[in-house]
Design a protein around this ligand. Sequence first.
Ligand code: ZN
Length: 616
Amino acid sequence: MEKMKLAIRNFRYKGVIVIVLVFMLISLILLVELYGIQFNYTTKKLDFLPEERIVTKSEACSSLKKDTLVLWNSDEPGAGDIFSQFTVIFDDMKVGRDCVDLATEKLPDFEDYTVIVLLLSDLTPVGEGIISICDWVYGGGNLYLPLTLETNPYSSVVDAKLGIVDCGESYYPVDNIYVFPDFMVGGGESFGIPDGFDSARTLQLSQDGVTVYAATSEVDGVPLIWKKVYGDGVFVAANIGVYDKAFRGFYAASYSLLTDVCVYPVINGSAFYLDDFPSQIPDGNSEYIERDYSTTIRDFYINIWWPDMMNLADKYGMKYTGLAIECYDNAVDGTINATPDTGTFLNFGNMLLRKGGEIGYHGYNHQPLCFDNCDYKGIYEYKTWESYAAMKTAFDELESFCDELFPDVEMAVYVPPSNLLSKEGREFLIKEYPQIKTLSGIYFPDAQLDFALVQEFDAAKNGVVDQPRIISGCDINDFMKIAAISELNLHFVNDHFTHPDDALDPERGAELGWETMKAKFNEFLSWLYGSAPSLRNLTGSELSAAVQRFVAVAPECETYDDKMIITLDNFYDEAQLFVRFNTKIPDTVSGGTLTHLTGDLYLLVADKQTVTVSFK
Ligand SMILES: [Zn+2]
């Protein structure tokens, strides 16, 4: 043994062998990078549900116990839109409820409900009933007033009970909202509200039994969300006066303040899409890239943008979902003329896959899947496809191109070019390419074109998941930040997309320069993951699998003095839920794990159909 050690120590070419080994290792790494070699799909974090276990949202909601009563008035201006927003909020939170339209129906018996929601700004249609509702609260009921109230004799009945000591005549401008740190995931700061207007009552609250959760500007601003204990019951009021899709999470979070404990399912996932990636890298130069780096677009993509994006992914554990596009020609007749730079496709695609990412379809070219019944109204200069057969020829080409380059990769995600997809295009994809299980459009309506793919998080019986992307780009503005905190608290989700050419386009922040854009993106990511360390990083398909479970699960809770039992209808293998302990303190958990989020709010990951939480 000693002799052998001596022989090794004295071996003259030891250094050369080390160098040869290092070179062999480098060559192996390069080969793996270039040729793919079996990637991640056997190690997917979350798989799609088997088809027989898929449950739609309406099926899941139909089994809920109806312990909430929603009173609304379809004659109120804007009532229809507000009612629609709250329908999604309550369906997604799996709030079993009866809804009564006071324009056509009388106030029903409400004694047996646990929660009443007055989805009204004018309480007149409730009439004298408001007095008995307040008595019901005093006896242990929970009343939620999400809308900014109109001041009149009926509101004055509840004002004092809500803790309002002073209310001005004028409405207060809500151009930002300060979210108290213990209230919502991501709170503890002020969020700008674009297009804010005089939408809040200018009011002051007493200190007695009142907890404020959100206010204009800072802690001492006009209260926007608060709770008031009244007898054995609770009032929760919101005074924001804005009910857009980007604010849903504020209403979900305030609803959860009502009962002893509130449980609602969430998706728990964070996905980052790279649109047009891999794709042909544009030739030539760009004004801002030239200005900041004195280099070509190609060099910028390969040596600056992509390494920076990979570094961010490493820092925060993000998994990118790239959307492949073969070329940028305008052919819509089925002619195939693409001469893709396959080396670049392979390099980018394989690096993305090796990092645990996913590749989906974007298009053969960037022409949306629309026929001549779609009118782009001059907003886009796209053509429409000449025929179904032409569309099929082009998409087949993309399919075989991706199969060739990434042979063992499941292609299960589709993102439409410019988020435009006709009804016929959607049917075409589902019929012809059954491997596609995720259609990912956008969350917020585009208003201009009715064939933009605007979605809710939803899962269909045929296995196709609607998964809207919520925010985009690196320069995260006030609207996107509001949307981000809202969605963290309604669905516990982040769904984001960016383009490699964002740094080239002044409309997406290019004038700032890539270094500033990157810093802003990093600032957003730092807020996101700092606020929600338990948010799961998922690929597009994994997030869709999470959406299927979220849509299906229907929790039923029984709360006792010493414990609560949560039974999860349609449970498959795991469920993600938010739990707010308003009057109880959790102790031990069986059937899942509880992770503290903020204040009284916890993430419950259930691994059994029945979860028991004991109280301290
Ligand atoms: Zn695109």
